[in-house]
Design a binder for this molecule. Structure first.
Ligand code: PGA
Ligand code: ZN
Length: 429
């Protein structure tokens, strides 16, 4: 049965940083509907879809009235009456309405909220969970029992913690977990152990933007020492049960002309930065590094991948900005072997599906990711399961906008046969 769009509307709601953001609702002729909230990054890549803000003095310039105006006056009139089952047609229509490379006219935040709300409405019309609807939209087999492995933050740094340390995320992957539920449980034990360690040292100062423990280290490397200690403190074997993942987010502190590690009071060349990371990989149970160098440091990405890509996962986030063309190009150059997928970096569900397919063609690992500014919206959990992403990343074990995503995957996992959890393996790319 076809169902058509009767109404598209937006409203200003609030995100986890207390900033306004865009919520969109798509109502169908049948009365069914979908709703989604746009997330928002702090360490954004320069090639991402634009997070359109009002500027001026209201709410520090973060208001989204302009984005809402675009939804009401440009997007809604073009979508009303269209078939909700045709997600790609809807996405192509709103991309054409914007008609700029980085969605600067209507705003990536307006587009992603509408596109995701349409996907939820499409799932409601088909009477299936969103993840099943996404499988169908992406042309992926319904039969694949697949739950992503959670990559969960323990310490949060960089721009998410007042630049207290340079490295942005110290995360863990529960390598020996048999289920998503077990992976989250193991991570919670590490999180508790890390908090207890910091407390014992008198250095527990609350949590950062994504719920990770606010870092109070005397060097970046101390974060690795304490995280390894926390894994052991939780009774788990570092490297066997639990591996460490880092998001260096190197664009936040440098580029190919020099990387300034303020906490360590050192400035490194690209080569020195890659060598430092290689030394860390030898000394600690690191299995994954994201954005090891800056987003414009192509040669640095190639160097990091050729130096480390056979033993760990090298993820492009700010570097690839969920762009199918950039992913394919990086594959040709041998830069990265994995990609972070963020719906709001590209702007629409269909572009996200294309980016995910580009990574699959290369044999890369794909990590579905939220942003540092999040909300109660759980689209991310469905995107990760529906698009067969290998991993899912959305911060830590504290703060409800983070746990909302873990909890939703726990619910989805109940619909899967046992042993559906993706087991960590190195990409063949
Ligand atoms: P952001 O950080 O949402 O602030 O961009 C997340 C990340 O870098 O992975
Ligand atoms: Zn990142």
């Amino acid at each position: 049965m076809t169902d058509t769009i009767a109404e598209v509307r937006g409203r200003e709601v609030w995100d986890s940083r207390g900033r306004p953001t865009v919520e969109a609702e798509v109502r169908l002729a049948s009365g069914r509907f979908g709703r989604a909230i746009a997330p928002s990054g702090a360490s954004t890549g320069s090639r991402e879809a634009l997070d359109l803000r009002d500027g001026g003095s209201r709410l520090g310039g973060f208001g989204v009235h302009r984005a809402l105006k675009g939804i009401a006056e440009v997007i809604a009139p073009a979508l009303v009456g269209r078939d909700i089952a045709d997600q790609r047609g809807l996405d192509e229509a709103i991309i054409a309405l914007d008609d700029t490379p980085q969605k600067t006219r209507l705003g990536g935040n307006a587009l992603v909220a509408v596109s995701l709300a349409a996907a939820w409405a499409g799932a409601a019309a088909a009477d299936v969970p969103l993840w099943r609807h996404l499988r169908r939209l992406a042309g992926l087999g319904m039969e694949a029992a697949h739950v992503p492995l959670p990559m969960i933050q323990i310490f949060g740094g960089g721009r998410h913690a007042g630049n207290r340390i340079d490295v942005q995320d110290f995360l863990v992957l529960a390598l020996s977990a048999k289920s998503f539920a077990e992976a989250v449980e193991m991570t919670a034990e590490v999180y508790f152990a890390a908090a207890a360690l910091m407390k014992a040292k008198g250095r527990l100062n609350g949590v950062a933007d994504e719920g990770g423990i606010w870092p109070d280290f005397s060097s970046n490397e101390e974060g690795l020492e304490l995280l390894t200690e926390a894994i052991e403190g939780a009774g788990l074997a570092p490297g066997r049960d639990v591996g460490i993942a880092l998001d260096i987010a190197a664009s936040s502190f440098g580029d190919a002309t020099g990387y300034r590690l303020a906490l360590d009071d050192r400035t490194l060349s690209t080569g020195e930065l890659v060598e430092m990371l290689a030394r860390w990989c030898d000394a600690y149970p690191i299995v994954s590094i994201e954005d090891p160098v800056g987003e414009d440091d192509d040669a640095g990405f190639v160097a990091a991948t050729s130096r480390l890509g056979r033993s760990i996962q090298i993820i492009g986030d700010d570097y690839l900005t969920t762009n199918a063309g950039r992913i394919a190009e990086a594959g040709r150059r041998g830069a990265c072997n994995a990609v972070l997928l963020k719906a709001n970096q590209c702007g629409t569900v269909s572009e996200l599906i294309d980016a995910s397919a580009a990574a699959r063609r290369l044999g890369w690992n794909a990590i579905q990711s939220g942003r540092s500014g999040e909300s109660e919206d759980v689209s991310l959990s469905h995107l990760a399961v529906g698009l067969l992403s290998d991993q899912i990343k959305v911060g830590s074990m504290a703060r409800s906008e983070r746990t909302a995503k873990w909890n939703e995957v726990l619910r989805i996992e109940e619909a899967m046969p046992p042993s559906a959890l993706w087991r960590f393996k190195l990409p063949r790319g």
